[in-house]
Design a binder for this molecule. Sequence first.
Ligand code: GLP
Length: 244
Amino acid sequence: KIYPGSKEGSLAIAKTIAELIRAKQKLNQKCVLGLATGSSPKTLYAELVRLHKEEKLSFKNVVTFNLDEYYPISREAIQSYYRFMHTHLFSHVDINPKNIHIPNGEVKKEDVKAACAAYEQLIEKAGGIDLQILGIGNNGHIGFNEPGSGIHSKTRLINLENSTRLANSFEFATISDVPRMAITMGISTILKSKQIILMAWGVAKAKAVKAAVEEVETERVPASLLQSHPDVQFIVDEMAASEL
Ligand code: GLP
């Protein structure tokens, strides 16, 4: 779906999320959301906060799993996704902190594998992700699944491409301060979600969007692996759609 701008697109995604949360509330069920970070979802989260404050949208039945986190990184670091999520969403809504899950960038190297396996199990125990929200990297990555990530990949430690570190370096003092690794849900973890919405705004994403939706499914463009999912939507603005 192509919207004139990121604002309109973000409001549409917020509406879908709010409807899902409310539908699950009526059934007395938990609503399990997979969440993304980066600049793309900021307006979406601002709208969810507004819906909570002004339209009584409650997050009491919401369980969240974030896609990824830098590694290593302290939770308190300004650039951590832990901090991002609390700043933009969690601190402003009535979600139970016990229902928030974010890959832990603080675990010791020798414990990372076990922590990743435990993360997969937590998602399963929650009944799987009802709706996964994604952004897209300029190189077509989803979460931090860089090109080359396989369709069977699970939550794991991954080396970041230099292009990704460069794209994200504006948040850090210098590029050498950008962590070289990250913990990310895998492609298979993402594909297990019942519904997926990927958002992309701006001309910088146009090539990746085209490659993901109009070209062959390939590990070289991780977002193209979404083509095999039965319920995935790309919500983009006109600039991100300009190469379609
Ligand atoms: C980041 C995140 C992704 C995000 C993507 C795009 O590195 N790990 O989850 O979707 O890259 O970021 P942005 O929305 O800032 O363009």
